[in-house]
Every structure is written in C-alpha cells, then in structure tokens.
Design a binder for this molecule. Structure first.
Ligand SMILES: [Zn+2]
Length: 99
C-alpha cells in the first residue's frame, strides 16, 4: 500500500494595505523560507511599507531586520525616523482639527 502526503498550502493573511496578491505570496513562500513580505503601494510622498510575517499574519522578521520596514523611495528609514515623521503628521492633523 502506498501512502501519499499532501502538504496544504496555507492561507495568507495580509494587512489591509498590502497590494500583493495571495497567489503571489503563496508562490514566494519557498523563496522566503515560509515568510510573507507584504508591500504597500508607494504614497505620493514616495513612502511605502514592507512587513514580514508568517502566513497567518504574525510578525516574523528576516534575521537582522525589523519586521516592519518603512521605505522613503528605495531607502529604508529607521523606525525612529518613521515614528518622528508620523508624530509630526499627527500633530499637524490635531492642530488642523482644532482650528
Ligand atoms: Zn500581503
């Protein structure tokens, strides 16, 4: 008697901003050792986000990298720099809403 083993391809859970299709994620799983690299579209300011997760959405960074990376064009900026920019934007939004 012969037994066969079928390995189910996992479903991929993406953040709402991810523009990668599930089929693309599944095709890349072997290339990225089971990780999913979620990409956002680039904003008008040239910023974009990449996060690295397990297929079910748990953060799983590449060794030596942050699980979430913020790009300014093609350059990765530090999370501290990204946070400072985000705080500046939030302050401007709060100020605008009070005006
Ligand atoms: Zn995704």
């Amino acid at each position: 008697m012969t037994t066969t083993t079928t390995i189910a391809t996992p479903r991929v859970t993406c953040p709402s901003w991810c523009c990668v299709t599930e089929a693309e994620h599944r095709a890349d799983l072997d290339n990225w050792e089971g990780r999913c690299h979620h990409h956002s579209r680039e904003t008008a300011f040239g910023w974009s986000i990449v996060s690295t997760t397990t297929p079910d959405g748990q953060l799983w960074p590449e060794p030596g990298e942050d699980a979430v990376q913020i790009f300014d064009g093609l350059d990765v900026i530090s999370l501290g720099c990204a946070q400072a920019r985000a705080e500046t934007i939030l302050k401007l939004i709060y100020r605008a809403r009070r005006a």
